[in-house]
Design a protein around this ligand. Structure first.
Ligand SMILES: *Cc1c(COP(=O)(O)O)cnc(C)c1O
Length: 326
């Protein structure tokens, strides 16, 4: 599939299926759950990462760059998607990875390398400096002029891609849903999605991180910036934009120990049960925690009976390899 323009991305987003997920628990609580299968967006460009990369890669090309650099860990969905996207657009990609080059590359990095990504391994200490200007200048001097994409695609252009997903969802459903849910890492996707859907619709993000730092602050900053951009001129000052009620919320009780930590037996059993009941595969780092959160809140009566929830399947299924899956 060719996705070169925002219109083509919107068309692809409109074609993403919404699949009903029925479980005994949700049925008992009178909750309808629909999973938006963004993991099926494209065979190689799965989930939220391609939305987050799209406007970045457009900007890179518009600015005349042939090469992009980004950062991640050995199982990074972001680097996996970046390698595939850069390959498709005929660009060079460099993936900077935290830690020493292992004797055996993870399946994720094997795929990235097979798609032409150059892998550069750096020490953890250097990795922590990856946003410092002098360090980045060094990197460019070494590998050539490159468009820089932050780890996880966490910038405003990334959020803008997810805003487009929100607009697609709104069109697709005609607004006939109660709330949207998604898993949260950096919060970029949550901000974009909330700015893309009808402002009266709550967008509920489930954080997969334990100590999430100023996650809420990040979400608010992207959200306000997108909102101002889209409604330029409607406000007299930026302050009046942020004074509007925000339609996103962040829930942090379902991280299951933290990012990519060993899964508890209880969550593992839940994962197995959900896949058996619905036939929908989940990933071990993100989507399982969202669905766990949605179901737990349903059990507690958080969602009113008769709610129709849409959950975004943000992908990450490539990360199942090497994980002990149900
Ligand atoms: C990266 C990722 C997320 C988190 O996205 P953010 O924009 O960083 O919050 C959620 N789900 C999956 C599968 C991901 O790969």
């Amino acid at each position: 599939m060719v996705i070169d323009t925002a219109q083509q991305l919107l068309n692809a987003a409109l074609a993403v299926p919404l699949q009903r997920a029925t479980t005994a628990l949700l049925a008992r609580q009178g909750i309808e759950l629909w999973i938006r299968r963004d993991d099926l967006l494209d065979a190689q460009l799965s989930g939220n990462k391609f939305y987050k990369l799209f406007f970045n890669l457009q900007a890179a090309r518009a600015q005349g760059f042939q090469q992009v650099i980004s950062f991640g860990g050995a199982y990074s969905n972001h680097l996996h998607a970046l390698a595939a996207a850069a390959h498709r657009y005929g660009m060079h990609a460099i993936g900077v990875i935290r830690g020493e080059r292992p004797a055996h590359l993870s399946p994720t990095l094997q795929d990235a390398q097979a798609r032409g990504m150059k892998l550069v391994f750096i020490s953890r200490a250097d990795y922590d400096r990856k946003t410092a200007a002098d360090w980045l200048a060094d990197l460019q001097a070494r590998y050539g002029a490159s468009y820089l994409i932050p780890e996880g695609g966490a910038n405003l252009l990334g959020a803008r891609g997810m805003q487009l997903l929100g607009a697609a969802l709104e069109q697709q459903t005609g607004g006939d849903y109660s709330a949207v849910c998604l898993p949260v890492g950096t919060g970029t996707s949550l901000a974009g999605l909330a700015a893309g859907v009808d402002r009266r619709k709550p967008v509920v993000g489930f954080s997969v991180l334990k100590g999430a730092g100023d996650l809420g602050g990040n979400v608010a900053a992207f959200y306000d910036a997108l909102w101002r951009d889209w409604h330029e001129g409607a406000f007299t000052s930026p302050a009046s934009a942020s004074a509007l009620a925000e339609n996103w919320r962040l829930i942090s009780g379902f991280h299951g120990g933290g990012y990519a930590k060993k899964m508890s037996a209880m969550m593992f059993a839940f994962w197995q049960g959900f896949e058996r009941e619905t036939g929908i595969p989940l990933d071990p780092v993100y989507t399982i925690k969202m669905v766990w959160g949605i179901s737990s809140l349903a059990q507690q009566g958080y969602w009113p009976r008769g709610s129709r929830l849409v959950a975004i399947h943000t992908g990450g299924l490539q990360g199942r390899r090497g994980f002990n899956c149900p």
